[in-house]
Design a protein around this ligand. Structure first.
Ligand SMILES: [Zn+2]
Length: 457
């Protein structure tokens, strides 16, 4: 048995091993590791009863975050996350408004494109290997079949095809004659598959570590009193799988939840609270209370009444910082605290708020390491489905809706057609404020919690 080595590991090992009274159990875990003989790495995981190890710098950072008397809102999107916080109880305090934006950069996109290219190449290699090892299970490709016919007509001997390019041998119902699990697999195939699995696990781990780093920075800046919109990210993943995969908002929210809980346990802050969007509609309001409807393509907020101007997501997060919940465990009880919002507007001033939002700090979600294949990245190919939108089914419907954003209101008011569904949960509502659509209900599970209450205004 080899204990974790390296600088800074000794306190960790001591934390877990010094007190046998806290030992709970040992799990034997194996990980795919193409670099080790046999392809697997075995580890013994000791679980203890009690808190895990916290390094002194992390503890100090959390202590400092616990003394921040601030309240913040988190606006989550498919491709970015905005956090804005104000001091409480006096929003006009000298360390005033703070705004941060987390988004993907061009470098992140290039890295992702390179990764996708690598995956595509690896999948092709796997496919070729499987076909070459089980040639009787595949038919010839049209080109290979034509050549065979040509040679037979000329009286030549048939050429042995190493990798048949056609479809799998199947019965009339389309079921393969031989199940895939009965295929022969070569050593190359197993090695490649192992490497793909190890790469995937490493990528997930890197993403999680990065999310925790971002969450730590956000909580150190904005404190542990945060309100986030209650969204069902699974429904987003169904609509924008690729964007969600690239940005991983769910991972960020989970990391924020963990970090705020750790800081809140020190005595200050309520942690990350989920607010239902039905009665708040952050993106559709101004801090002064005026309703400023915006379609998804409008990325800027400009209030005609008070002059508040800024990025749409940051203004939404600012309203999130003024959202209160009667019961923190029930997202449907969330309401915007308009008197507090007015106080912020009066004490901080519109000019200062505009400047604060303008100077929002930026965080990247990408991996700071340079990419291994800087030349492998290509511009993203257009999605096949965009040129052939499916008229039926959830995916096709939503893609069409996305492309016709901005016409939904027109259609809803001037025609009998069903309004085009919102493209993100923060789209303006085309139905009366007391009703909702199945899509919104699916995207916001918090809506189900408050059937008895009535909407404000
Ligand atoms: Zn306003």
């Amino acid at each position: 048995m080899r204990l974790p080595q390296g600088p800074g590991r000794r306190p960790v090992v001591e934390h877990y091993l010094t007190d046998p009274g806290r030992w709970h159990k040992v799990d034997l875990v194996r990980h795919r590791d193409p670099g080790t003989p046999g392809g697997w790495r075995y580890e013994a995981h000791l679980m203890i009863l009690g808190p895990g190890h916290t390094s002194p710098p992390v503890a100090a950072r959390r202590e400092a975050a616990a003394t921040l008397h601030r309240r913040g809102g988190v606006d989550v999107n498919v491709s970015n996350l905005a956090v804005v916080s104000v001091p409480v109880p006096d929003p006009g305090r000298v360390d005033g408004l703070r705004a941060t934006r987390v988004a993907r950069t061009g470098t992140d996109d290039a890295r992702l494109a390179a990764e996708r290219l690598r995956q595509r190449r690896r999948n092709r290699a796997l496919q070729r290997s499987r076909r070459a090892t089980n040639p009787t299970q595949y038919r010839l490709s049209p080109r290979q079949a034509r050549r065979a016919e040509r040679r037979a007509a000329a009286g030549l001997a048939p050429v042995q095809v190493v990798v048949p390019g056609g479809p799998r041998q199947a019965n009339t119902a389309g079921i393969p004659v031989q199940a895939y699990r009965r295929d022969m697999l070569s050593g190359t195939y197993r090695r490649l598959r192992g490497r793909a699995a190890a790469d995937g696990a490493a990528r997930t781990q890197a993403g999680r570590t990065r999310a925790r780093t971002i969450a730590a920075t956000l909580v150190a800046t904005h404190g542990a009193n945060l309100v986030v919109e209650d969204c069902d990210l699974r429904s987003w993943a169904r609509r924008w799988g690729r964007g969600i995969h690239a940005f991983t908002p769910g991972m960020l929210i989970t990391a924020l939840q963990h970090e705020t809980r750790q800081v809140a346990a020190l005595g200050h802050g309520s942690g990350l609270v989920r607010a239902g969007t039905r009665y708040t509609a952050w993106t559709q309001h101004c801090l002064c209370g005026t309703r400023v409807p915006k379609h998804l393509r409008q990325r800027r907020h400009h209030c005609p009444d008070c002059g508040l101007t800024g990025d749409r997501d940051l203004v939404a997060a600012l309203l999130g910082a003024h959202t209160v919940l009667a019961d923190p465990n029930v997202p449907g009880t969330a309401r915007i605290d308009w008197p507090a919002a007015q106080t912020t507007l009066d004490t901080v001033g519109v000019e200062a708020i505009n400047q604060g939002l303008q100077g929002a700090l930026s965080e990247s979600t990408g991996n700071p390491r340079p990419t291994r294949h800087p030349h492998g990245a290509r511009p993203r190919r257009p999605q096949r489905s965009t040129s052939h939108p499916r008229p039926h089914g959830r995916g096709g419907w939503c893609r069409r809706a996305r492309r016709t954003t901005g016409t939904s209101r027109h259609q809803a008011t001037h025609g009998n057609r069903r309004p085009v569904p919102p493209t993100t949960p923060d789209e303006p509502r085309t139905t009366p404020p007391c009703a909702t659509t199945p899509e919104r209900r699916g995207a916001h599970p918090g809506l189900r919690h408050d059937p008895g209450t009535t909407p404000e205004s």
